[in-house]
Design a protein around this ligand. Sequence first.
Ligand code: GNR
Ligand code: NI
Length: 168
Amino acid sequence: MALLNILHYPDPRLRTVAKAVTDFDAELKQLVNDMFETMYEAPGIGLAATQVDEHIRLLVMDVSEHRNQPRYLINPKIISADGEEESDEGCLSVPGFYEKVRRAENIRVRAQDDSGETSEFEAQGTEAVCIQHEMDHLEGKLFVDYLSNLKRNRIRSKLVKMQKQLVG
Ligand code: GNR
Ligand code: NI
């Protein structure tokens, strides 16, 4: 197991569009484990491979109260969506900022497991929000992209300043 480094906005690597997973090998299982460890340690409710500079279509999540229901999705697709819901979102790649984002309320998802087996399920509430947020990361998209230019630029400036202070 290993903790992975999480990229921070406005790092341009967060804009990479992830490629489909084609090799369901031991290296993939290792990355899934390392991403869970990184997500739980952060702590976050989800983590996309993009955020740890691995540009493949993989995300991990755990939206349970007791942090004991890990779920990972490989090559996820939203095959249907309905309803709209607005909720406050944050992101481990945009630390310290929370803003309202509108998402589909109910989604049906198709994804593969680490042996390449495909299954489908439905998600609502926080789980649906989290899946849509993580799938955006795989497209190089961040929740700040839904905000006004003014809000997004303010967040970017603050994060750039904070990162400069950290480097010294
Ligand atoms: O930990 C996280 N919390 C969260 C809260 C509301 C909406 C989305 C999220 S995902 C975020 C972790 C993260 O950045 N995943 O990409
Ligand atoms: Ni995020």
